[in-house]
Every structure is written in structure tokens, then in C-alpha cells.
Design a protein around this ligand. Structure first.
Ligand code: PXG
Length: 288
């Protein structure tokens, strides 16, 4: 496997980052997880735009332009003869002395891994996920804007541990006001009386690229969709619920906190959305 690392393609065994990199020492860095479908990098431009927004928020200067980043991403796929897979693009603050200050780091590092993806087991796409709400809250925007896709995922990792301890594969995280924010690595949607509802980024949801595509799909299939504050009660009493993310794609939720959601099986609006999503992943984006 060839990894893009700061302008060069190196073998995976040689793709190494310094122990003085602030991405490792402080989680000072950003990333994107991107999907490749039959030679199409899904919504690459949108991913790179979000990367630029994350960089701006952290006052991190990206080492390449958007066009150059796109080219490096596609070239990484080509070098690995990959037509389907998962791309991880990471920008770290770079090497610096010990000490928090980002100004100690002269040059950011950029690496791109293009690899296979491990999805949720197939059966969950057919029968749906049973998830739980966990005690760990989504980071408050007053502490760190949740829209920044940073290398600080401990908050979500604590929630993931709680989910596993409760026997669930995914968990809902609430924001500090107690409203539903999102899951540990996925956005959440519910269907209520024919409308699709999802928490806003102000409520703590990452502006997911898959989430964005659901807005376009809902318009295409003629189902009203809007951002709305949601409580656990709203999800318990929804007709349908589903999660979206680059890794998970679109996956149904049939139980939350022991309560069946809707009929306890994937619903008709979910099925419609999923079918449209499967069509779009082959056409929306950038050919490698
Ligand atoms: N919320 C959070 C907190 C995420 O990390 C999403 C929502 C969905 O966004 P996209 O843009 O992917 O539709 C994410 C992204 C993993 C993994 O290994 C998950 C994500 C990113 C990277 C790795 O589970 N989810």
C-alpha cells in the first residue's frame, strides 16, 4: 500500500509521523473520511471545503490548494489501484517543541490513506440497529465547535465505549441542553408524520457530507425535510429513524433505549432514501 505523505508516495511501513508532531501530542489537527465508489470520489469538493473550514477554525494553514488536495487524493487511489474504498485525509499541526503553542510548529503535515472499508455487518442494513442514549454529552460549541472535524475524538470515543458496554453498536449523544446532537460517528434523522427531521449543527451535529446529500435526496423524492431540535422522546415516538455517515452510509435504527421505533423494522421512507443514495454515490463527485 502506498501512502501520500507530505508530497511523496511511500510504503505503508515507511509512512511515519514524528513523536513531536502536535497532531499526536495534542490532537492538534483535522481530518476527513471520504468514500470511493467505482472510481468516483463521493462529494470530494464538499469534503475539501469542510476541511478548509476546519483549518480556518484552528488557524491551520493547509499545505495544498483545494485543486492540489483533490489531485493528491485521486492519485493516492490510483497508485493503490483502488476503485472502491475509504480515504482518510489528515492534516496535523506538524512537528514542534513540547508545549501547546501551535506557533512552535513550522510546517503542517498532510497524509492520505486509501484503503478498504469495514462497514456495519450487512444484516443491520436489513433488520436495523438497536441503539442507546449514553451519558457522555456532545462537546459544547462553547468549548470546541462540533463542526470542526478535529483529531480530538475522545468525547465520541467515551460514548462509543458506553454504547458497547450497553451492548449497542452506536449511541445517541445529547448536547449540554439535553437535546439530541448526533451519534458517535453518524448523523441522525427521524421520520415523523411524513416529515424528515434532523438536529441542526447548532445543536451539536457535525455538518455531515452524507447528511447534506439526504437533504438533496429528500427534495428529489418529495419528502419534506427540516432541521429541528429533537429530544429522546421524539426519537422513541418517531415512525422511522436512520443514521448517516461516510462509513455507515444510510442505516436504519429500529430501537432506542429499549423502545421500538415505529414498527420496529426499516421503514418505507428509509428504503426510498437508501435507493436514491445508492444511485447518487456513483455520479456525485470526482472521477479518479
Ligand atoms: N458525526 C460525527 C461525529 C462524525 O465523526 C459524521 C457525523 C458523519 O459525517 P459524514 O461527513 O461522514 O457524512 C461523522 C463522520 C469511523 C469514522 O471510523 C466515522 C466518521 C469519520 C471518520 C471515521 O467510525 N464519521
Amino acid at each position: 500500500m502506498k501512502i501520500y505523505l507530505d508530497g511523496n508516495f511511500v510504503d505503508a511501513a515507511d509512512a511515519k509521523i514524528s513523536v513531536f508532531d502536535h497532531g499526536l501530542l495534542y490532537g492538534d489537527g483535522i481530518f476527513e473520511g471520504i468514500r470511493l465508489y467505482k472510481g468516483n470520489v463521493f462529494r470530494l469538493d464538499e469534503h475539501l471545503e469542510r476541511l478548509e473550514y476546519s483549518a480556518k477554525a484552528l488557524m491551520l494553514k493547509l499545505p495544498l490548494s483545494r485543486k492540489e488536495l483533490a489531485e493528491a487524493t485521486c492519485e493516492t487511489c490510483r497508485r493503490n489501484n483502488l476503485t472502491d474504498g475509504y480515504i482518510r485525509l489528515v492534516v496535523t499541526r506538524g512537528v514542534g517543541d513540547l508545549g501547546l503553542s501551535p506557533w512552535l510548529c513550522a510546517t503542517p503535515s498532510l497524509f492520505i490513506i486509501a484503503d478498504k472499508i469495514a462497514l456495519y455487518p450487512k444484516e443491520y442494513y436489513e433488520k436495523g440497529l438497536e441503539i442507546v442514549t449514553v451519558a457522555t454529552r456532545r462537546m459544547s460549541p462553547a468549548a470546541l465547535p462540533p463542526a470542526v472535524k478535529s483529531l480530538n475524538y475522545l468525547n465520541n470515543i467515551l460514548a462509543k465505549i458506553e454504547a458497547r458496554q450497553a451492548g449497542a453498536l452506536e449511541a445517541i449523544m445529547l448536547n449540554d441542553q439535553g437535546y439530541v446532537a448526533e451519534c458517535t460517528g453518524d448523523n441522525i434523522f427521524i421520520v415523523h408524520k411524513g416529515r424528515i427531521l434532523t438536529p441542526s449543527s447548532q445543536a451539536g451535529a457535525l455538518r455531515g457530507i452524507t447528511r447534506d446529500s439526504i437533504f438533496d435526496i429528500a427534495r428529489e423524492v418529495g419528502v419534506p425535510i427540516e432541521e429541528h431540535d429533537l429530544t429522546r422522546y421524539d426519537v422513541w415516538n418517531a415512525d422511522e429513524a436512520f443514521l448517516t455517515g461516510t462509513g455507515a452510509e444510510v442505516i436504519p435504527v429500529v430501537k432506542l433505549d429499549g423502545r421500538e421505533v415505529g414498527a420496529g423494522r426499516p421503514g418505507p421512507i428509509f428504503e426510498k432514501i437508501l435507493a436514491a443514495f445508492r444511485r447518487r454515490v456513483l455520479t456525485e463527485g470526482t472521477r479518479i
